[in-house]
Design a protein around this ligand. Structure first.
Ligand SMILES: O=C(O)[C@H]1O[C@H](OP(=O)(O)OP(=O)(O)OC[C@H]2O[C@@H](n3ccc(=O)[nH]c3=O)[C@H](O)[C@@H]2O)[C@H](O)[C@@H](O)[C@H]1O
Length: 480
């Protein structure tokens, strides 16, 4: 065979081998492709299933977040009070979301909300585990009204104190749900479960100076939360309840006319706290005007007493005096003592109940029609006798048997106002409000409770401020 033919034949054989090899490779590649395609189908299905499972889990644990509810928060650094608050609010959403609804839950709500006397009120109390909320809830229950409380148990101050108040209320038959006023779905269910005649809306972010640290929490509670409540009361409650809510003496801001009267200017707030309360009064006007909601705003003046708020000066000073720690007293730039119209809790409770009893009915309905104008009221609830903060400290020193370690500084520009002084003639005229407790008497009641609650050994000064110990069973003054 000629060499050229042999070469060509050899090339042909090699080509055939290559072609066969390529075919094998192609078959293998196509097999691999099928494998890849099959596994990507599997992967896709697994991803879809996992996503569905996550959605189901999310829906079970966070139903409020899937509804119309919302919650604003600052971006707190971890460990700050606002971080704790935000964590707590997260927990409360879990708590309320996971547990509300169902026949047993509705029975509990109705049982707590049902009056036990003829003509009794049925009151939804927001912030019921708070200072004023707990006292008012007990007083309402004490006279036979139905009370259902809610509270988000945030950590602005020691939640253990709020839990202790909740336990006390439970022992008197008042249920306080872990719930946030921004949880619109929950509020709707509450109004569907019980026919509340009234709402006593006390849930709020309190504290004048803390507003500089956590501004968004004030907007979330005092503005968004108020709107959330008004929305549900106006559009979902049938019949609409009458609403009494906590405004503040701080709305008078830089007002210098004294005593402060409801006719005075309130357009110069000195703090964001005051501004959110003033915004609340404007929002109340709009809901009254459009939806015929009966709304009463109460301007509280520095409320104090047993079961009080540990962030307030009288309470934190008592702790510091007992612990031998320094206290800081603010003086105005011209050297005057700051003065407050300190108002005792029992007087405030009487004012709140008086406002509820005289509230007048809402005139709107779920359909959006209102039959006519509904009451829109605002009242000062103060003591009518301002006292220098230095005098308050002197009374505490006497009651605690120990001198304060005082540091006096010029009042920082942090939202504080130099004095407050209430004119209460409108509240006296409309529901007989007459404050009857002197600061000496009121602080005595406070110190009695304080010593008992924290199990303090005052005589031996053997105490640790800030330590919460197991609460002794002790009645609230408002209920006794
Ligand atoms: O009526 C209200 O609407 C508000 O009342 C309350 O605010 P205030 O009247 O500012 O009470 P509070 O803080 O106890 O300070 C009392 C006095 O102690 C002085 N004060 C305070 C702190 C301090 O370290 N040193 C000091 O001298 C201070 O200068 C002041 O003169 C509520 O907290 C608020 O939520 C709101 O309800």
């Amino acid at each position: 065979m000629p060499a050229g033919v042999v070469d060509a034949a050899a090339k042909g054989v090699r080509l055939e081998r290559h072609a066969a090899g390529a075919a094998v490779l192609l078959r293998r590649a196509s097999g691999a492709k099928q494998l890849v395609s099959a596994s990507s189908h599997l992967l896709f299905r697994a991803t879809v299933l996992a996503t569905l499972a996550l959605v189901v889990l999310f829906a079970v644990h966070y139903p409020s977040l899937l509804s119309r509810s919302f919650s604003l928060s600052a971006a707190p650094s971890s460990g700050s009070p606002s971080a704790a608050r935000s964590r707590s609010s997260h927990r409360s959403l879990l708590g309320s979301g996971a547990s509300y609804g169902g026949a047993a839950w509705e029975r509990e709500v109705r049982r707590s909300a049902t009056p036990r006397r003829d003509g009794g009120l049925s009151v939804l109390v927001t912030g019921a585990a708070g200072f004023v909320g707990a006292h008012c809830s007990l007083a309402l229950r004490g006279r036979g009204d139905g009370v259902l409380g809610l509270d988000n148990f945030n950590a602005y101050y020691d939640p253990a104190l709020k839990r202790a108040r909740q336990r006390l209320l439970a022992s008197r038959g008042v249920v306080v749900l872990d719930a946030d006023i921004n949880d619109a779905a929950l509020l709707e269910r509450l109004f569907a479960a019980a026919s509340f005649t009234h709402v006593l809306h006390l849930a709020a972010q309190a504290g004048v100076r803390y507003a500089m640290q956590a501004p968004q929490t004030y907007v979330a509670s005092n503005v968004a939360g108020l709107v959330s409540l008004f929305e549900v009361a106006a559009k979902h409650a049938d019949p609409q309840p009458a609403i009494v809510w906590a405004s503040s003496s701080s709305v008078y801001g830089l007002n210098t006319d004294a005593p402060f009267s409801e006719e005075h200017r309130t357009d110069r707030p000195a703090s964001l706290y005051a501004a959110t309360k003033k915004a609340g009064e404007a929002i109340a006007h709009a809901y009254n005007h459009i939806y015929g909601l009966s709304i009463t705003g109460l301007r509280f003046f520095t409320v104090y007493g047993p079961w009080g708020r540990p962030d307030m000066a009288y309470f934190s000073f008592a702790r510091s005096i007992v612990a031998g720690e320094p206290i800081t007293l603010f003086r105005t730039a011209d050297g005057a003592d700051a003065r407050r119209d300190f108002t005792y809790i029992d007087d405030i409770v009487k004012g709140c109940l008086g406002a509820l009893d005289t509230a007048g009915k809402s005139t709107g309905s779920k359909s959006g029609k209102k039959r006519g104008p509904a009451p829109l009221r605002v009242y000062n609830l103060g003591n009518t006798s301002p006292v220098p903060v230095t005098r308050m400290v002197a009374i505490l020193e006497k009651l605690l048997g120990k001198k304060a370690n005082k540091r006096v500084v010029t009042m920082p520009s942090n939202g504080d106002v130099p004095f407050t002084h209430a004119n209460v003639t409108h509240a006296a005229r409309d529901f007989g409000y007459r404050p009857a407790t002197s600061l000496e008497a009121g602080l005595r009641h406070f110190v009695d409770w304080f010593v008992q609650y924290y199990k303090l050994d005052i005589k031996g000064s053997n105490v640790l401020a800030g330590k919460t110990t197991k609460r002794k069973s002790m009645a609230m003054s408002a209920a006794s």
